[in-house]
Design a protein around this ligand. Structure first.
Ligand SMILES: [Zn+2]
Length: 95
């Protein structure tokens, strides 16, 4: 495809547009680097158990959230987090 030859003014405008786009790209890159999310701070403890469920090969773990114990299972895309039921915290509340 043959384009229409550009005159001096059009070339100047093209150059200006490319410069502006370049500056915008650099600003965007700087913002992307500055706003990059930091790794979240872990604030929940996990304890290993010997409980192994039928479809899970890795043992369940106990996760403690606000002093309540939850059973945590994770394998592949499946995640289970359920209240342990007889957790230490709930036992002391009912006594
Ligand atoms: Zn509980």
């Amino acid at each position: 495809m043959m384009g229409v030859p550009l005159n001096k003014q059009q070339r100047k405008e093209g150059c200006l547009i490319m410069t502006i786009l370049g500056i915008i790209a650099i600003i965007g890159l700087i913002l992307f680097i500055m706003v990059e999310p930091k790794e979240p701070k872990v604030n929940v403890d996990k304890e290993k158990t010997t409980y192994i469920l039928k479809e899970y090969y890795t043992p369940a773990e106990i996760v403690i959230i606000d002093s309540c114990e939850y059973l945590y299972l994770s394998e592949g895309h499946a995640i289970v987090l359920t209240h342990k039921g007889n957790c230490k915290n709930c036992k002391t509340k009912t006594q």
